[in-house]
Each structure stands twice: as C-alpha cells, then as structure tokens.
Design a protein around this ligand. Sequence first.
Ligand SMILES: *Cc1c(COP(=O)(O)O)cnc(C)c1O
Length: 469
Amino acid sequence: MHPQLAHDRDRLGSLLESVRLHAARILDELDERAVLPSAPPPEAGPLPDRGPGLAGALEAFAERWEPALSASAGPRYLGFVTGGATPAALAGDWLTALWDQNSVTSLDGAGQELERQTVGWLRELLGLGQGHSGAFVSGATLSNTVGLAVAREWLGEQKGVEVAEAGAAALGPVRVLSAGAHSSIPKALATLGLGRGCLVPVAALPGREAVDPAALERELAAADGPCVVVANAGTVNTGDFDDLRAVAALKRRYRFWLHADAAFGAFAALSAGHAALVEGLDTADSVCVDLHKWLNVPYDSAVQFTRRPDLQARVFRNSAAYLSSAAGTPDLVHLTPDNSRRLRALAAWFTLAAYGREGHREIVERCMGLARALGETVEAMPGLRLLAPVRLNVVCFTLTEDPTPERLAALADACRQEVFMTPTVYAGTPALRAAFSNWRTADADVPRIAAALRAATPAGAQPGRAGQT
Ligand SMILES: *Cc1c(COP(=O)(O)O)cnc(C)c1O
C-alpha cells in the first residue's frame, strides 16, 4: 500500500474527527457567510505526484475552494428552487458514502429494500396510492426523462410497436402537450429521441401559468391518435398549478399518458391549506418529485413514480447473465438509466425517520409563510411590484420603472452578499424570483432580505421613502 494511504488508514478515526470539526465550523458560519461570494475560483494547480494525504487535501480545499463556494445550503439562497440538508439528511448522506453500497439488485444486501421502503414512505407523505411504484434518480430532470420514456413506450403500446426494440422512429410523429413545461421537459424529449419539436405549447388561463383545460381539450381533439400531456404542479416562476383533476377528467374522452411534473409542488400535499393544489396528482400515469429541493436532502436525489413498471422495465432492462431478470418485481437496475449507483435513498430515509410527516410539514408551511411575508413586503416597497400572487413558496417580482434584464441583474447582484435570487421573464416582463425551500430559513431572514432589496432598489433609495417597507 502506498505510504500515504497506509498513513491515512491508520489514523482514519482522528482524521474523520478533524473533518467533523471542520464541518461543524462551516455549518456554524453558514447563516452568516456571503450567500454568493465574490472570490474567484483558484487557478488550476498541477496534479500532485505525491499527495499530502487527507489532512493536506482538506487544508487545500478549505483554503483554495471554500471561499469561492456559495452558501447554497444556507437560509438566504433563494435562487432556482434550492433545498438544504436537514441534520439527519446530512448524516444519511455521509453514511451513504461510508457504506458505499451499490444496491440495485437482489444479489446484494438489503439496500434495495431500503430504497423500496423509502419510496413507500414518500408515496404516503405525498398522498400517492399503492398503484404508483417508484425509484430514485439523481434529480427531477432525470425523473421527467424516465417518466417520458415510459410514456414513449406507452405510445408504442397504443400503436402496436415496442419502442425499446424498434426505436423512437417507429412511433411516427409524437405530440406532447403542456402549458408551462419546465425547461427539463424539452431536454428530456431531446434525450429520448422524440425531439424538442414535439412539445406543443397549450394556452394558459388568463394571467396564469396553469393550463387552460378548454384549450387542452381542443388540442387533444385535434390530435390524430394518442398523445402525452405534461401537467405542471408547481411552476418555477410563480408556483402555479394545473387543475390536475380537470386534466385527468379529459381521459374519459381522449387517450393520453398523463405525466405530472410536481418537482417541488408535490409538497403542497403536506399542508392542509394547500393540499387542494395537488388533488388529482395520484391519477397521473407518471409523477416527478424532487427531493433535493423541498425534502431538504443533499443533491442528487429525486423520485420518479409510475403506474406502469412493466413498461419502465421494457425501456431500462439491463440484460446480463449475472443479473436477475426484469420480470415480476424488477430489481432497481432495470428501472432507471443508471446501472451502478449509490444507496441514494438513505438521506431521504434518515430525514423521514428523524422528523416524520410533522417535521417536514413544518418546513413546508414555514417556507410558504416566509414567501407570503416577503411578498407582502415587496408589494409595499417603493420601486418594486409583485408579478403574481404568492401561491406557494415563490415570490416573483420586478422593478416598477424600466424593468430591463440589465437593471434586474444589477439589483440581484447588489444583494448577493445577503440573498441570492435568480432572474426570469414572466408574461414578457423581466423579473426576479425568490424561492423558499430551505429548512434553515427563519422569520428574521425576511427583514434582512427586505433591507438588502431596499438598499439596492433605485426608487427605494429616494430620500423620504427609504424607511418604508
Ligand atoms: C427543479 C425542477 C426540475 C428539474 O430538476 P433538477 O433537480 O434540477 O433536475 C424540473 N421541474 C420542475 C418543476 C422543477 O422545479
């Protein structure tokens, strides 16, 4: 064994203790560090010939890289839809690496069963029925990709072709109907050989991002044969929801596969006051749910649910003499694009085991309350206006005067030490959005964000108006 490796092996306990101390220090400072630091990435160094061992690598990482990393695990990183990691989820993630399982077949230990049981917990948490089976993937993009791969196979079934054998070309033209599809949907369609061009935008309700069911019905009636509908449960701009029951009701008259992108919106089910937004989610044929957002587990974690594991295994079957068959209850290796992968369910298992339904409901409801509070603050702030009501956890707003992308980027940039928000365009208007999904975010963060916005908003800086919120 190389001496440096042997050295680290012999001192592993104390080395890990130093990593633990380092981690505790980072976590202690997380709430106060610059949300998006301005330190540039370090220059590339040479590949070491003889490395310094774990302690030296930790020192180099802390000195060279950490100052330039964002506080995305912290309470005021409100860009995209970004969760943190609950204490139990973090521990689960550490132990995932520690155990280093590749539990995707029944030939291995119990890891695969841990994943199945965790999927069962999530199904219960989100109000999905037993008809949905699921598997872990690395994120909602992959979850959408798998859901649409099953949809593609279902289209083949309707037309009497096996797409997994014959290829996507055997399907002929495909139509995927959606009002506010997330950018990952066209990406998934490109990956699947269906092409971005098969996405047909459907009109939204006036002033909304939610699909107009009447417009969707017109598209379905005009379609020549079965198609795919992507329903959106929680849009990234404004947290808007399609009426899932109205969409599902169209199945009585038209043949389509219903895929629901509920990446973060699915968590509305945890709150009694918001559960109606996801009523009907269970009727979808496939459902995408992200876990590294509102469940607050570390990247990379999401689940894809489907009612047709048989079609799923037709696509992702990995036939090898040394593996189990894909028939019956297929092993995980036959259900997703991955073959080998980490015991991805463990972080989710830990946080659900540690905090249960109530703990996670509290996170979701707190985030929604904070979003409402920031929405009210923005609404009352000179120089800013809300572009949509705060329906869930996203606050979408813009400048009252001259809201150009440049001026909004400058506003976001002026706030970046204190809060990180991402730009968007909503109904043709350049805007910023702040999404609350981190378990650490607290009441006191809203006035801090408001103060940063006020100081950076052109109209807010006018004498005599600066004191208003
Ligand atoms: C975040 C998100 C995605 C993509 O998720 P990744 O985890 O980044 O792959 C897809 N759909 C919606 C609605 C999302 O919010």
